[in-house]
Design a protein around this ligand. Structure first.
Ligand SMILES: Nc1ncnc2c1ncn2[C@@H]1O[C@H](COP(=O)(O)OP(=O)(O)O)[C@@H](O)[C@H]1O
Ligand SMILES: [Mg+2]
Length: 502
């Protein structure tokens, strides 16, 4: 007896169709799964048998069960096929063959027949919708995530028995109502008003938020670098629905969604012991890395020079392109990775170089080695380089409230609106993403400006990329002021943020 169910597999953020063919014939009691499967699919055999028995159904002993996951030339992984395979076996055993051509079933089984959450349900639900499926059976824990996709009935499934009864007799499961995408401004993020003083750093962060520019903070320990970085999400505009769906999709595939939907801009701060794969993504079955989990948000790399050099270098391509390309034997795939990089570093390994009060204990070569970790091409991709000095006790104990994030965010949103208008017919969102062609088009300078930048290029020996970054930064500063043309003062301010380490 034979039954076929439709299914799908995630490949990166995309999905491909998979067919589950089940054939059961009298013979020696055996259970095979074929079709280039990984260990977690092979182990499904040990889960399915007790799950079927413990759900009160007969298991076909003295039968030979063969499950084929087609196409046979594509690798498949993960426990998401457990539920469909078990349901197919039970249906054949019961000799009931309902029409399942309009349905997709996903879920991992526990031994007692309960259905557990799986990864990648949001892209799978999008696939189902695009391919004309009408019913989607997913673990209850994933159902809100799947119901973000409208126009398809999403059934939350708690147990195998529940699914079988719904497929065969009583249509007891009630479809999940569509999940509203609540978009909230990042109220959980630290408000900028808690930071005393540091006006220069705050201005730099405002520019970074407005134009999507990367920023490097240099300063002694305790000067507030980590605190400042944490305030950045609070001045970024709320995600729009398309962005929120994009980000949620990445978290869905990485398995870190844990039932919630992402409506706030991500803030990721991996430790410097992180591996290359964990940062940029990859692995045998590629998963998004921290840079993709920070997509449309902030990636904070504290103690920047402490990261292994190879790990830092792997940031170069994604910083330039906004996507990370992962190459494998079976072809390459992309994960989006458009984030604002906030990096912080101490002036030297001990942290007190150039400190007026404390003596630095590092040797000259130690300091050199510390900074050598970060290559020139990587520094070139960071538009804003700022010093964060330790502030005086008087300022720190100052009771006067600083400007709240809400006000700063309003200015940032205005600057972003101007960029939205500018890039209406292109694929980019912010000034930092401009290519050379767009820079030529949108960053025209007047005579004063041309003279100023000519001197700066000669004096500071700026690289071609450095030169372009200054132009982008001045574009953002002009946008914050609501100016159509870049003027000399905008360029002058941009240069202040660029000279260090250039
Ligand atoms: N400007 C500031 N206003 C308010 N608190 C500050 C400021 N600078 C530092 N702090 C406080 O000092 C502590 C150390 O700051 P932190 O951001 O961890 O420093 P760093 O990362 O530069 O070593 C934190 O508790 C922070 O809240
Ligand atoms: Mg810190």
């Amino acid at each position: 007896m034979f039954l076929k169910l439709n299914s799908a597999a995630t490949v990166g953020l995309d999905c491909l169709p998979v067919e589950i063919e089940i054939d059961i014939n009298r013979g020696q009691s055996k259970f095979f799964i074929v079709g280039l499967t990984d260990a977690s699919i092979q182990e499904a055999r040990s889960r399915i048998q007790p799950a079927i028995k413990n759900s009160g159904f007969d298991y076909p002993y003295n039968f030979r069960i063969l499950v084929n996951l087609a196409p046979a030339n594509r690798h498949k992984e993960g426990p998401l096929y457990d539920l469909a395979m078990a349901a197919g076996i039970v249906l054949i055993q019961k000799k009931i063959f309902p029409d399942l051509s309009d349905a997709l079933i996903f879920g991992e089984l526990s031994l007692d027949g309960q259905v557990k959450r799986v990864n990648g349900v949001l892209p799978l639900a999008m696939f189902a919708k695009e391919n004309g499926y009408k019913r989607l059976f997913v673990p209850q824990e994933n159902s809100r995530e799947a119901a973000l996709v409208k126009g398809i009935a999403v059934y939350p499934v708690k147990t195998l028995a529940e699914l079988i009864s719904n497929l065969t007799e009583k249509f007891s499961l009630i479809p999940e109502s569509p999940t509203p995408l609540e978009l909230i401004t990042p109220d959980n993020a630290t408000d900028m008003s808690v930071v005393k003083g540091q006006e220069f750093a705050k201005r730099a962060l405002e520019i970074a938020a407005s134009g999507g520019h990367n920023i490097l903070m240099n300063g002694p320990p305790g000067s507030g670098k980590t605190l400042l970085a944490k305030t950045l999400p609070s001045i970024l505009p709320a995600l729009n629905p398309t962005e929120a769906l994009e980000v949620t999709k990445i978290y869905s595939v990485s398995g870190t969604l844990a039932g919630k939907l992402l409506s706030e801009r991500p803030f990721r701060s991996p430790h410097h012991t992180i591996s290359n794969v964990a940062l940029v993504g990859g692995g045998q079955y590629p998963r998004p890395g921290e840079i993709s989990l920070a997509h449309r948000g902030v990636l904070f790399l504290d103690e920047f020079p402490e990261f292994p050099r190879a790990v830092l270098e792997s940031l170069r391509q994604p910083l330039e392109d906004g996507v990370v390309t992962i190459s494998r034997a079976q072809g390459s795939l992309n994960f989006p990775a458009r984030f604002i990089l906030v990096a912080s570093q101490n002036p030297c390994p001990c942290g007190y170089y150039s400190d007026p009060d404390k003596e630095c204990l590092c040797s000259a070569s130690q300091i050199l080695n510390y900074h050598k970790k970060i290559s020139g091409p990587l520094l070139d991709r960071i538009d804003l380089h700022i010093e964060v000095p330790r502030i005086s006790f008087n300022k720190l104990s100052d009771e006067a409230p600083s400007e709240p994030s809400e006000k700063i965010r309003a200015r940032v949103e205005k600057a972003r609106d101007r960029q939205r208008q500018r890039f209406l017919h292109s694929t980019i969102h912010t000034n930092s993403e401009m290519s050379n062609r767009e820079i030529t088009r949108y960053c025209q300078l007047d005579l004063d400006g041309k003279e100023l930048i000519k001197n700066a290029v000669q004096k500071f020996n700026l690289s071609a990329r450095g030169y372009h970054r200054i132009l982008k930064l001045s574009r953002t500063i002009a946008d914050l002021e609501g100016q159509e043309n870049i003027q000399a003062p905008h360029l002058a301010e941009a240069l202040q943020f660029r000279i260090k380490n250039s």
